[in-house]
Design a protein around this ligand. Structure first.
Ligand code: 3PG
Ligand code: MG
Length: 390
């Protein structure tokens, strides 16, 4: 986008303004703040700025106030210091002058958005002179506003946020400073199997946490009591460990854990060795010895990729493991990137968001990038060639 002359042009920018809203108020404006510099840059270049985004997953063809971008327009107006007008009906064209900003109502109210419908994409493309794809968080979706529109726009290009995300993630994965350590936590192995497979070959150490780690603990022959885990995938975990060893990397398994007999903020924690989990106990965090060992690894890392907490950090009694790793990342000189909703919440909770080198706005898109998948919106931009012209 920065390479184009946008003076007097209508510029249609797809952003990811899909933020949490409670009672009509935006509760985390991180994605809005990350999107602002693009809007400001286009305004400075003299453009008329038309923004598009989705919010949540409404039913197509039905307006629903719950999924309105109204609160986002309000939040953005305040942050930008300029009115951002919400346009409810915009598909047949909008009236706008250079220097103005319009936010089109939720793209997912339009029938055909999800199916990447050609007619819808063409209508979007005809709104502007230039289409800018800047929604990294939605770049893994091939939908009318992220993909089709770019095929039919006279000029299509990447926006600065999308570019910065791809550069930061590329730096961490393509030719990283070693050793590279990835932390992959979260509830289910099944949703992260592909990312674990790919990372186990790329990184020097792969730290697993949360429900995912329980599969590896079970694969090592230990009882996990009533812990969340997926018995069908214990073999897959075993296979991953072997595969990592083949490529010279390792997937360490906790030597101690924090357990409780119930999943609750008031549960009584007990720290024990990993082979000492009772039948009625569940693992809710890594133990202090394991946390210290992982923290030491992180302090020596050249590159760190973090997606997912290693314990139930929302409950104070089980937050220590994730906190210790977060502080070690903050301490480390490594190039560090973090992504995913839970991870960002943990960073904010432990007050180290500023100490991470790069925080991605992507959740699913961040994971798909780590999996090595080509993001459809990026493929579309590449198909348009370096000039973005037909
Ligand atoms: C996200 O929050 O992950 C992105 O905005 C994409 O949303 P989606 O998963 O509903 O497509
Ligand atoms: Mg998602």
């Amino acid at each position: 986008m920065e390479d184009l002359d946008l003076r007097g042009k209508r510029v249609l920018i797809r952003q990811d303004l899909n933020v949490p809203i409670v009672d009509g108020k935006v509760t985390s404006d991180a994605r809005i703040r990350a999107s602002l510099p693009t809007v400001e840059a286009a305004l400075e270049m003299g453009a008329a700025v038309i923004l598009m985004s989705h919010l949540g997953r409404p039913t197509e063809g039905e307006f629903d106030e719950k999924f309105s971008l109204g609160p986002v327009a309000g939040c953005m107006s305040r942050l930008l210091g300029q009115d951002v007008r919400l346009e409810r009906d915009w598909l047949d064209g909008v009236e706008i002058e250079p220097g103005e900003v319009i936010l089109c109502e939720n793209v997912r109210f339009n029938p055909g958005e999800k199916a990447d419908d050609e007619q819808l994409a063409r209508r979007m493309a005809s709104l502007a002179d230039v289409y800018v794809m800047d929604a990294f968080g939605t770049a893994h979706r091939a939908q009318a506003s992220t993909h089709g529109v770019g095929l039919f726009a006279t000029i299509a290009c990447a926006g600065p946020l999308l570019t910065r995300e791809l550069e930061a993630l590329g730096k961490a994965l393509k030719d990283p400073v070693r050793p590279v350590i990835a932390i992959v936590g979260g509830a289910k192995v099944s949703t992260k199997l592909e990312v674990l497979e790919r990372l186990s070959e790329k990184v020097d150490q792969l730290i697993v946490g949360g429900g995912i780690a329980n599969n590896f603990i079970a694969a090592a022959g230990h009882s996990v009591g009533t812990s969340l885990y997926e018995p069908d995938l214990v073999d897959a975990a075993r296979h991953l460990v072997a595969r990592a060893a083949d490529s010279g990397s390792s997937i360490p398994i906790p030597t101690d854990v924090v357990v409780a007999t119930e999943f609750s903020p008031t549960a009584t924690p007990r720290t024990c060795d990993v082979d000492d989990v009772a039948a009625d106990e569940m693992i809710l965090d890594i133990g202090p010895r394991t946390a210290a060992q992982y923290a030491e690894m992180l302090r020596k890392a050249g590159t760190i990729v973090w997606n997912g907490p290693v314990g139930v950090f929302e409950f104070e009694a089980f937050a220590a493991g994730t906190r210790e790793l977060a502080l070690a990342i903050a301490d480390s000189k490594a190039f560090s990137i973090a992504g995913g909703g839970d991870t960002l919440a943990a960073l904010e909770m432990f007050g180290i968001a500023d100490a991470v080198s790069y925080i991605s706005t992507g959740g699913g898109a961040f994971l798909e990038f780590l999996e090595g998948k080509k993001l459809p919106a990026v493929a579309m931009l590449e198909s348009r060639g370096p000039e973005g012209n037909k």
